[in-house]
Ligand binder design. Structure first.
Ligand code: SF4
Ligand code: SF4
Length: 588
């Protein structure tokens, strides 16, 4: 068996520009006379590496001027061929998740380790090649590979057309580019069982059914995409990140909706990075681990609680595999700063009317050197409030003496630009290499165009762009979207460092409660009715703010015993009732 895999990024390999296969000239195996690195037979003759000859000396990945080579050691326990490999020196996937009828099964893992590849195989749009991309094996051989497993039964059913599958893709913001017309027209086309009226109520689509698809918000697009998936009438539903762009209330609602889909004849698979929602939505879990862009492995199925704990710990007990050398801990590190707070800006009672929407704010104050989380539904006036603080719009009632210089990362990110990441991040590169570029791992993206980036890459780039501006107050609107759990933790650390090292204030609007709980020093809470009226209260200390917000939301949180992460109590459970009785919605 191979001990390692070599991955060549074809877009980055330029043999003419590196001195004619610099890697091959330096490779000790080539120097001894063998062809470990050789020109490929593709256009441009990009480098190829013979994985059986490579000794893993590490010279070529370090010396390639374009960072095109990765040499990755495979786990010793991995003694089988991959389920699929895209081509020579390309990504490979080992094993598949196991959808079970009557259950909602989650898939949890970092970005770039094959979750989408696995879903494509399960959706029958990608035929697994067992690592042999030149002579694709027939179905019998594939079945034989999975003999005796749940996956064998699943693939057989898929082959016999007994599985009817419906898939919700990750990037719902692409939908308006693919369809035109109203939401109703789009959904009626796929409404096989005439269930649109019922689903529209459950997913709260009624008020925008006759709106053009190009005019609706991200949260609305997400719910339309979920409705479209369900209306197709399948017996296997695959949801890729169904919570993006949804506020917390909507996340809880779609969790209950997705849970309600599973019955004896229906299975549901969900990829999700919001751990509180994943935990609430699923019964079982497959963890995916491996090396980003190189290989991915799917763990055996676990209960959701144990699976999330194992993921955070980085260790799979049943498989005896450690896939990360550190625990992920959402523990606060700067809870008590000791020093007296220094005010940045304060505001009196405010009122601002914009069309049919009225924003009111109770008096409050922001301090320097703090992260303030903002909780509230979509469309409740969060952005309008920031514009008032920045002096961009004038309140109708209440006067703000001084305004502050604000930098803003919007919720929706610019994807069409042909600018390269390096050009876009010129300020960050010049002034904040250590603070932003290095920790966010952006250097490897410099030569890529913004239009070529994945959702997660674009998010990291946009956060760096915002935080590299000269401002006193930063607003990051949904910085966790499209990021995996490890990247969310990384972003939290970067935000923390910027606040401390530059003595600035960062407001974070996010709907991942775990992320917001971890990152915030204090909380602002918005209540009201989206698109009609919003009322801002706070900032509060964490306990007060969370209690206020969760009470309005009607959910209680407890700490999980082992990992100490927050979990939503099952409505009506003993713990839920106990916490409601003592008015303690936040961790009892
Ligand atoms: Fe040159 Fe790097 Fe390509 Fe090797 S991998 S040929 S060093 S660009
Ligand atoms: Fe050659 Fe492998 Fe060393 Fe690269 S890592 S130089 S391919 S032996």
């Amino acid at each position: 068996m191979r001990k390692r895999i070599a991955v060549i990024d074809r877009n980055k390999c330029h043999p003419d520009e590196c001195g004619n296969y610099l890697c091959a000239k330096l490779c000790p195996v080539n120097r001894s006379g063998a062809d470990c690195i050789y020109p490929g037979d593709d256009q441009g003759k990009k480098a190829r590496i013979d994985e059986f000859l490579c000794t893993g000396c590490g010279i070529c990945p370090n010396r390639c001027p374009f960072g095109a080579i990765s040499i990755i050691n495979l786990p010793e326990t991995l003694n089988k061929d991959p389920v699929h490999r895209y081509g020579e020196n390309m990504f490979e996937l080992y094993s598949l998740p196991s959808p079970l009828f009557g259950q909602v099964t989650g898939i949890l893992g970092k970005n770039g380790i094959g979750k989408s590849t696995a879903l494509k195989i399960m959706a029958n749009v990608l035929q697994p090649n067992l690592g042999r991309w030149k002579e694709i094996p027939d179905f019998k051989e594939v079945i034989n590979y999975f003999k005796g497993t749940e996956t064998q039964k699943f693939l057989e059913k898929l082959h016999k057309n007994e599985i009817h599958l419906s898939y919700k893709p990750q990037q719902v913001d692409l939908i308006p580019k693919q369809f035109s017309g109203t939401v109703r027209q789009l959904l009626e086309k796929i409404d096989q069982n005439k269930k649109l009226a019922e689903i529209a109520v459950k997913l709260e689509l009624e008020h925008f059914l006759d709106t053009d698809i190009s005019m609706i918000s991200g949260g609305e697009l997400q719910r339309v995409a979920i409705a479209a998936t369900v209306l197709k009438g399948a017996n296997l539903f695959l949801f890729d990140e169904p919570s993006s762009y949804l506020d917390i209330k909507q996340r809880v609602n779609i969790s209950q909706f997705i849970r309600s889909l599973a019955n004896d004849d229906t299975a549901t698979l969900v990829i999700e990075h919001d751990l509180i929602i994943l935990d609430y939505m699923t019964d079982l879990l497959n963890i995916m681990y491996g090396h980003e862009g190189a290989y991915g492995i799917v763990s055996g199925v676990k209960s959701s609680r144990e699976g999330i704990n194992a993921f955070l710990e980085g260790y799979l007990k049943e498989e005896n595999v450690r896939f990360r050398n550190h625990h992920i801990k959402f523990e606060k590190t700067r809870e008590n700063k000791g020093a007296l707070p220094v005010p940045l800006i304060s505001w009196p009672l405010l009122k601002k009317v914009q069309g049919n929407f009225t924003l009111r704010a109770e008096a409050g104050e922001l301090h320097k050197n703090e992260v303030v989380g903002i909780l509230g539904e979509n469309g409740i006036g969060k952005t309008s409030f920031i514009k008032v603080l920045a002096g961009l719009i004038k309140p109708d009632e209440g006067v703000i003496d001084a305004t502050v210089k604000v930098a803003y990362k919007p919720q929706y990110l610019e994807t069409d630009s042909e600018m390269t990441v390096g050009e876009f991040l010129i300020e960050a590169v010049a002034h904040y290499g250590k603070q932003l570029v290095e920790p966010l791992n952006l250097e490897s993206l410099f030569s890529q165009k913004l239009s070529e980036l994945s959702g997660g890459q674009l998010q990291r780039v946009s956060i760096a762009k915002c935080l590299s501006q000269q401002a006193e107050l930063f607003l990051l609107d949904e910085p966790s979207a499209y990021l995996d759990v490890e990247q969310r933790l990384l972003i939290s650390k970067v935000i923390n460092n910027v606040v401390q090292e530059r003595d600035v204030t960062i407001l974070v609007v996010d709907h991942d409660l775990l992320f917001l709980d971890y990152i915030s020093d204090r909380l602002i809470v918005f209540s009201g009715q989206p698109a009609k009226e919003g009322l801002l209260k706070g900032p509060f200390n964490m306990e007060e703010g969370m209690n206020l917000f969760l009470r309005e939301l009607g959910i209680t949180l407890r700490r999980e015993m082992v990992s100490k992460r927050p979990r939503i109590n099952k409505p009506g459970s003993v713990k839920d009732r106990e916490q409601r009785d003592i008015n303690s919605w936040y961790y009892g």
